[in-house]
Design a protein around this ligand. Structure first.
Ligand SMILES: Cc1cc2nc3c(=O)[nH]c(=O)nc-3n(C[C@H](O)[C@H](O)[C@H](O)COP(=O)(O)OP(=O)(O)OC[C@H]3O[C@@H](n4cnc5c(N)ncnc54)[C@H](O)[C@@H]3O)c2cc1C
Length: 307
Protein backbone atom coordinates (compact mmCIF):
# COMPACT_ATOMS: atom_id res chain seq x y z
CA UNK A 1 0.00 0.00 0.00
CA UNK A 2 2.71 2.48 1.09
CA UNK A 3 4.91 1.35 -1.77
CA UNK A 4 2.12 1.94 -4.22
CA UNK A 5 1.37 5.42 -2.80
CA UNK A 6 5.03 6.36 -2.93
CA UNK A 7 5.41 5.15 -6.49
CA UNK A 8 2.43 7.29 -7.47
CA UNK A 9 4.16 10.23 -5.79
CA UNK A 10 7.12 9.64 -8.13
CA UNK A 11 4.97 11.10 -10.94
CA UNK A 12 3.68 14.11 -8.95
CA UNK A 13 4.99 17.44 -10.21
CA UNK A 14 3.68 19.27 -7.10
CA UNK A 15 5.46 17.04 -4.60
CA UNK A 16 8.55 17.17 -6.72
CA UNK A 17 8.56 20.99 -6.70
CA UNK A 18 8.06 21.00 -2.92
CA UNK A 19 10.89 18.55 -2.30
CA UNK A 20 13.29 20.25 -4.68
CA UNK A 21 12.69 23.63 -3.04
CA UNK A 22 13.46 22.35 0.47
CA UNK A 23 17.21 22.78 1.02
CA UNK A 24 17.26 20.26 3.90
CA UNK A 25 16.26 17.42 1.60
CA UNK A 26 19.58 17.69 -0.20
CA UNK A 27 21.58 15.83 2.42
CA UNK A 28 19.16 12.87 2.31
CA UNK A 29 19.04 12.84 -1.47
CA UNK A 30 22.84 12.92 -1.62
CA UNK A 31 22.98 9.46 -0.11
CA UNK A 32 21.59 8.08 -3.37
CA UNK A 33 22.68 10.63 -5.97
CA UNK A 34 26.29 11.51 -6.73
CA UNK A 35 25.60 15.20 -7.38
CA UNK A 36 23.97 17.72 -9.68
CA UNK A 37 26.50 17.64 -12.52
CA UNK A 38 28.06 15.14 -14.90
CA UNK A 39 31.42 16.01 -13.30
CA UNK A 40 29.98 14.80 -9.99
CA UNK A 41 28.96 11.53 -11.69
CA UNK A 42 32.41 11.08 -13.23
CA UNK A 43 34.15 11.91 -9.94
CA UNK A 44 32.05 9.24 -8.18
CA UNK A 45 32.87 6.73 -10.93
CA UNK A 46 36.57 7.58 -10.52
CA UNK A 47 36.40 7.03 -6.74
CA UNK A 48 34.68 3.68 -7.30
CA UNK A 49 37.33 2.67 -9.85
CA UNK A 50 40.02 3.45 -7.27
CA UNK A 51 38.32 0.88 -4.99
CA UNK A 52 38.13 -1.77 -7.70
CA UNK A 53 34.48 -1.13 -8.60
CA UNK A 54 33.01 -0.31 -12.03
CA UNK A 55 30.30 2.27 -12.70
CA UNK A 56 27.34 2.89 -14.91
CA UNK A 57 26.34 6.56 -14.94
CA UNK A 58 22.73 7.65 -15.30
CA UNK A 59 22.19 11.32 -16.15
CA UNK A 60 18.87 11.64 -14.35
CA UNK A 61 15.76 12.34 -16.39
CA UNK A 62 12.61 10.55 -17.49
CA UNK A 63 9.18 11.11 -19.06
CA UNK A 64 10.31 14.06 -21.12
CA UNK A 65 7.43 16.07 -22.54
CA UNK A 66 9.55 18.58 -24.44
CA UNK A 67 11.77 17.93 -27.51
CA UNK A 68 14.28 20.52 -26.26
CA UNK A 69 14.65 18.56 -23.04
CA UNK A 70 15.27 15.32 -24.98
CA UNK A 71 18.01 17.10 -26.91
CA UNK A 72 19.53 18.47 -23.68
CA UNK A 73 19.47 14.97 -22.16
CA UNK A 74 21.26 13.57 -25.22
CA UNK A 75 23.84 16.36 -25.16
CA UNK A 76 24.48 15.73 -21.47
CA UNK A 77 25.43 12.12 -22.26
CA UNK A 78 27.63 13.25 -25.17
CA UNK A 79 29.38 15.77 -22.88
CA UNK A 80 29.83 13.08 -20.25
CA UNK A 81 31.35 10.64 -22.74
CA UNK A 82 33.70 13.34 -24.08
CA UNK A 83 35.08 13.69 -20.53
CA UNK A 84 35.72 9.96 -20.05
CA UNK A 85 39.42 10.09 -21.15
CA UNK A 86 40.25 12.89 -18.67
CA UNK A 87 38.47 10.95 -15.93
CA UNK A 88 40.70 7.95 -16.66
CA UNK A 89 37.70 5.72 -17.36
CA UNK A 90 38.35 4.67 -20.98
CA UNK A 91 37.34 1.06 -21.54
CA UNK A 92 35.57 0.59 -18.21
CA UNK A 93 32.51 2.84 -18.00
CA UNK A 94 28.90 2.01 -18.82
CA UNK A 95 26.14 4.58 -19.24
CA UNK A 96 22.51 3.85 -18.40
CA UNK A 97 19.83 5.55 -20.50
CA UNK A 98 16.09 5.94 -20.11
CA UNK A 99 14.49 6.17 -23.52
CA UNK A 100 11.69 8.38 -22.14
CA UNK A 101 14.34 10.97 -21.29
CA UNK A 102 15.53 10.87 -24.92
CA UNK A 103 12.06 11.61 -26.27
CA UNK A 104 10.39 8.18 -26.56
CA UNK A 105 7.03 9.45 -25.31
CA UNK A 106 6.89 12.53 -27.56
CA UNK A 107 4.92 12.40 -30.83
CA UNK A 108 7.13 10.45 -33.25
CA UNK A 109 9.09 9.57 -30.16
CA UNK A 110 10.35 6.11 -31.12
CA UNK A 111 12.30 7.58 -34.01
CA UNK A 112 13.66 10.46 -31.90
CA UNK A 113 14.67 8.15 -29.04
CA UNK A 114 16.35 5.77 -31.48
CA UNK A 115 18.22 8.63 -33.14
CA UNK A 116 19.35 10.08 -29.81
CA UNK A 117 20.34 6.71 -28.34
CA UNK A 118 22.27 5.99 -31.53
CA UNK A 119 24.30 9.21 -31.14
CA UNK A 120 25.14 8.17 -27.59
CA UNK A 121 26.12 4.62 -28.65
CA UNK A 122 28.45 6.05 -31.31
CA UNK A 123 30.11 8.40 -28.81
CA UNK A 124 30.38 5.58 -26.25
CA UNK A 125 32.19 3.42 -28.82
CA UNK A 126 34.93 6.04 -29.21
CA UNK A 127 35.86 5.78 -25.49
CA UNK A 128 35.28 2.05 -25.02
CA UNK A 129 32.15 2.62 -22.94
CA UNK A 130 29.12 0.36 -23.05
CA UNK A 131 25.48 1.47 -23.07
CA UNK A 132 22.60 -0.11 -21.17
CA UNK A 133 18.96 0.82 -21.68
CA UNK A 134 17.01 1.01 -18.42
CA UNK A 135 13.57 -0.60 -18.15
CA UNK A 136 10.74 1.76 -17.24
CA UNK A 137 7.12 0.87 -16.56
CA UNK A 138 5.59 -2.02 -18.50
CA UNK A 139 3.71 0.21 -20.98
CA UNK A 140 7.05 1.38 -22.42
CA UNK A 141 8.68 -2.02 -22.92
CA UNK A 142 7.50 -3.11 -26.38
CA UNK A 143 8.71 0.18 -27.80
CA UNK A 144 11.94 -0.08 -25.81
CA UNK A 145 12.68 -3.60 -27.07
CA UNK A 146 11.96 -2.50 -30.65
CA UNK A 147 14.50 0.31 -30.33
CA UNK A 148 17.08 -1.95 -28.65
CA UNK A 149 16.65 -4.58 -31.40
CA UNK A 150 17.25 -1.91 -34.04
CA UNK A 151 20.30 -0.55 -32.20
CA UNK A 152 21.72 -4.05 -31.71
CA UNK A 153 22.13 -4.46 -35.48
CA UNK A 154 24.69 -1.63 -35.34
CA UNK A 155 25.89 -1.85 -31.73
CA UNK A 156 25.76 -5.52 -30.70
CA UNK A 157 27.15 -4.72 -27.24
CA UNK A 158 24.18 -2.60 -26.21
CA UNK A 159 22.58 -3.92 -23.03
CA UNK A 160 19.05 -3.80 -21.72
CA UNK A 161 17.27 -4.29 -18.43
CA UNK A 162 14.71 -6.99 -17.65
CA UNK A 163 12.43 -6.81 -14.61
CA UNK A 164 11.84 -10.16 -12.86
CA UNK A 165 8.48 -9.05 -11.43
CA UNK A 166 6.86 -8.98 -14.90
CA UNK A 167 5.07 -12.04 -16.32
CA UNK A 168 6.66 -11.36 -19.72
CA UNK A 169 10.24 -11.68 -18.43
CA UNK A 170 10.76 -15.47 -18.85
CA UNK A 171 10.17 -15.01 -22.59
CA UNK A 172 12.29 -11.87 -22.77
CA UNK A 173 15.12 -13.63 -20.89
CA UNK A 174 15.09 -16.42 -23.49
CA UNK A 175 15.02 -13.90 -26.33
CA UNK A 176 18.00 -11.95 -24.97
CA UNK A 177 20.17 -14.86 -23.71
CA UNK A 178 22.05 -15.24 -27.01
CA UNK A 179 25.77 -14.76 -27.73
CA UNK A 180 27.19 -11.42 -26.63
CA UNK A 181 23.91 -10.18 -25.24
CA UNK A 182 24.31 -7.96 -22.16
CA UNK A 183 21.28 -8.22 -19.88
CA UNK A 184 20.80 -6.53 -16.52
CA UNK A 185 18.28 -8.38 -14.42
CA UNK A 186 16.53 -6.48 -11.61
CA UNK A 187 13.38 -7.07 -9.59
CA UNK A 188 11.52 -4.05 -11.02
CA UNK A 189 10.93 -0.71 -9.35
CA UNK A 190 7.62 0.46 -10.86
CA UNK A 191 4.05 0.32 -9.61
CA UNK A 192 2.72 -2.44 -11.85
CA UNK A 193 -0.84 -3.84 -11.89
CA UNK A 194 -1.45 -7.51 -10.93
CA UNK A 195 -2.41 -8.21 -14.55
CA UNK A 196 1.23 -7.90 -15.62
CA UNK A 197 3.38 -8.47 -12.52
CA UNK A 198 3.84 -10.73 -9.50
CA UNK A 199 2.56 -8.92 -6.43
CA UNK A 200 4.46 -10.84 -3.71
CA UNK A 201 8.09 -10.61 -2.65
CA UNK A 202 8.62 -14.41 -2.68
CA UNK A 203 7.08 -14.71 -6.13
CA UNK A 204 9.40 -11.99 -7.43
CA UNK A 205 12.41 -13.69 -5.84
CA UNK A 206 11.50 -17.03 -7.46
CA UNK A 207 10.94 -15.33 -10.82
CA UNK A 208 14.31 -13.61 -10.47
CA UNK A 209 16.15 -16.88 -9.87
CA UNK A 210 14.38 -18.52 -12.83
CA UNK A 211 15.23 -15.65 -15.20
CA UNK A 212 18.81 -15.53 -13.91
CA UNK A 213 19.12 -19.26 -14.62
CA UNK A 214 17.97 -18.71 -18.22
CA UNK A 215 20.60 -15.98 -18.61
CA UNK A 216 23.38 -18.03 -16.98
CA UNK A 217 22.55 -21.02 -19.19
CA UNK A 218 22.60 -18.78 -22.26
CA UNK A 219 25.59 -17.35 -24.08
CA UNK A 220 25.26 -13.72 -23.10
CA UNK A 221 26.62 -11.65 -20.26
CA UNK A 222 24.26 -11.57 -17.25
CA UNK A 223 24.37 -8.53 -14.97
CA UNK A 224 22.65 -9.28 -11.66
CA UNK A 225 21.30 -6.00 -10.32
CA UNK A 226 20.26 -6.67 -6.75
CA UNK A 227 21.20 -6.03 -3.13
CA UNK A 228 19.22 -9.02 -1.91
CA UNK A 229 21.47 -11.46 0.02
CA UNK A 230 19.29 -14.42 -1.06
CA UNK A 231 19.80 -13.58 -4.74
CA UNK A 232 23.49 -12.86 -4.33
CA UNK A 233 23.85 -16.32 -2.75
CA UNK A 234 21.79 -17.86 -5.58
CA UNK A 235 24.31 -16.47 -8.09
CA UNK A 236 27.03 -18.71 -6.64
CA UNK A 237 24.83 -21.78 -7.21
CA UNK A 238 23.97 -20.68 -10.75
CA UNK A 239 27.63 -20.00 -11.57
CA UNK A 240 28.65 -23.44 -10.26
CA UNK A 241 25.83 -25.17 -12.18
CA UNK A 242 26.65 -23.44 -15.46
CA UNK A 243 30.45 -23.30 -15.20
CA UNK A 244 30.61 -19.51 -15.21
CA UNK A 245 33.59 -17.81 -13.55
CA UNK A 246 33.62 -14.33 -11.96
CA UNK A 247 34.01 -12.10 -15.01
CA UNK A 248 31.55 -14.18 -17.06
CA UNK A 249 28.83 -12.22 -15.25
CA UNK A 250 28.70 -9.25 -12.92
CA UNK A 251 26.88 -7.92 -9.89
CA UNK A 252 25.36 -4.47 -9.99
CA UNK A 253 24.13 -2.31 -7.13
CA UNK A 254 22.90 1.22 -6.65
CA UNK A 255 25.06 4.10 -5.48
CA UNK A 256 24.81 4.45 -1.69
CA UNK A 257 23.09 1.12 -1.03
CA UNK A 258 24.87 -1.73 0.77
CA UNK A 259 28.28 -0.20 0.09
CA UNK A 260 30.03 -2.70 2.39
CA UNK A 261 28.57 -5.57 0.36
CA UNK A 262 29.66 -3.88 -2.88
CA UNK A 263 33.24 -3.79 -1.61
CA UNK A 264 33.10 -7.28 -0.11
CA UNK A 265 32.07 -8.80 -3.46
CA UNK A 266 34.74 -6.84 -5.36
CA UNK A 267 37.41 -7.86 -2.84
CA UNK A 268 36.31 -11.48 -3.28
CA UNK A 269 37.18 -11.21 -6.99
CA UNK A 270 33.74 -10.45 -8.45
CA UNK A 271 33.10 -7.81 -11.03
CA UNK A 272 30.82 -5.26 -9.36
CA UNK A 273 29.31 -2.27 -11.12
CA UNK A 274 27.61 0.59 -9.33
CA UNK A 275 24.74 2.56 -10.83
CA UNK A 276 25.70 6.21 -10.31
CA UNK A 277 22.90 8.72 -10.86
CA UNK A 278 23.74 12.39 -11.31
CA UNK A 279 21.80 15.49 -12.31
CA UNK A 280 19.09 17.72 -10.94
CA UNK A 281 16.07 15.71 -12.11
CA UNK A 282 16.27 13.35 -9.12
CA UNK A 283 12.68 13.15 -7.86
CA UNK A 284 11.41 10.01 -9.69
CA UNK A 285 14.61 8.06 -9.04
CA UNK A 286 14.73 9.12 -5.40
CA UNK A 287 11.10 8.22 -4.64
CA UNK A 288 11.62 4.73 -6.11
CA UNK A 289 14.44 4.32 -3.57
CA UNK A 290 12.08 5.40 -0.77
CA UNK A 291 9.49 2.91 -1.97
CA UNK A 292 12.00 0.06 -1.84
CA UNK A 293 12.71 0.75 1.82
CA UNK A 294 10.07 2.73 3.67
CA UNK A 295 12.54 3.30 6.55
CA UNK A 296 14.23 5.79 4.21
CA UNK A 297 10.99 7.77 4.21
CA UNK A 298 11.35 8.77 7.87
CA UNK A 299 14.72 10.41 7.22
CA UNK A 300 13.38 12.16 4.18
CA UNK A 301 10.23 13.50 5.87
CA UNK A 302 12.29 14.77 8.82
CA UNK A 303 14.59 16.55 6.40
CA UNK A 304 11.62 17.99 4.51
CA UNK A 305 10.20 19.63 7.64
CA UNK A 306 13.67 20.75 8.68
CA UNK A 307 14.18 18.57 11.77
C1 LIG B 1 22.17 -1.49 -11.00
C2 LIG B 1 20.69 -1.43 -10.88
C3 LIG B 1 19.94 -0.99 -11.95
C4 LIG B 1 18.54 -0.97 -11.87
N1 LIG B 1 17.82 -0.62 -12.98
C5 LIG B 1 16.48 -0.72 -12.94
C6 LIG B 1 15.69 -0.52 -14.10
O1 LIG B 1 16.20 -0.22 -15.19
N2 LIG B 1 14.35 -0.65 -13.98
C7 LIG B 1 13.74 -0.99 -12.80
O2 LIG B 1 12.50 -1.13 -12.78
N3 LIG B 1 14.46 -1.17 -11.68
C8 LIG B 1 15.80 -1.03 -11.71
N4 LIG B 1 16.53 -1.26 -10.57
C9 LIG B 1 15.85 -1.33 -9.25
C10 LIG B 1 15.40 -2.74 -8.92
O3 LIG B 1 14.33 -3.11 -9.75
C11 LIG B 1 14.94 -2.84 -7.45
O4 LIG B 1 13.86 -1.98 -7.22
C12 LIG B 1 16.01 -2.54 -6.43
O5 LIG B 1 17.26 -3.04 -6.84
C13 LIG B 1 15.69 -3.19 -5.06
O6 LIG B 1 15.59 -4.58 -5.19
P1 LIG B 1 16.66 -5.62 -4.58
O7 LIG B 1 16.85 -6.68 -5.59
O8 LIG B 1 17.88 -4.89 -4.18
O9 LIG B 1 15.91 -6.28 -3.36
P2 LIG B 1 15.24 -5.68 -2.07
O10 LIG B 1 14.58 -6.84 -1.43
O11 LIG B 1 14.43 -4.48 -2.38
O12 LIG B 1 16.47 -5.21 -1.19
C14 LIG B 1 17.37 -6.12 -0.56
C15 LIG B 1 18.12 -5.34 0.50
O13 LIG B 1 18.88 -4.30 -0.10
C16 LIG B 1 18.80 -3.11 0.66
N5 LIG B 1 18.07 -2.09 -0.11
C17 LIG B 1 17.40 -2.26 -1.27
N6 LIG B 1 16.88 -1.10 -1.71
C18 LIG B 1 17.22 -0.17 -0.78
C19 LIG B 1 16.98 1.22 -0.66
N7 LIG B 1 16.29 1.89 -1.58
N8 LIG B 1 17.48 1.87 0.41
C20 LIG B 1 18.21 1.22 1.35
N9 LIG B 1 18.47 -0.10 1.28
C21 LIG B 1 17.98 -0.80 0.24
C22 LIG B 1 18.08 -3.49 1.93
O14 LIG B 1 19.07 -3.90 2.86
C23 LIG B 1 17.21 -4.64 1.50
O15 LIG B 1 16.87 -5.47 2.56
C24 LIG B 1 17.91 -1.34 -10.65
C25 LIG B 1 18.67 -1.79 -9.58
C26 LIG B 1 20.03 -1.87 -9.68
C27 LIG B 1 20.81 -2.40 -8.51
Amino acid sequence: MLRSLLLRAAGSRRLRALAEAAPMTRSVVRRFIAGDTIDDGLAAARRLADSGLFATIDVLGEDTTDPGQAERATTAYLDLLAKVPDAGLVGSLDVSLKLTSLGATLPGGAEAAHRNARRICEAAGTVGATVTIDAEDHTTLDQMHGIVDQLRTEFPGIGLVLQAMLFRTPLDARKYAGPGSRVRLCKGAYNEPPTVAWPGRDQVTAAYVAAARTLFEGQGYPMLATHDPELIAAAAVLAADTGRQPGDYEFQMLYGIRTDEQQRLADAGHRVRIYVPCGTDWWGYFVRRLAERPANLTFFLRALVGR
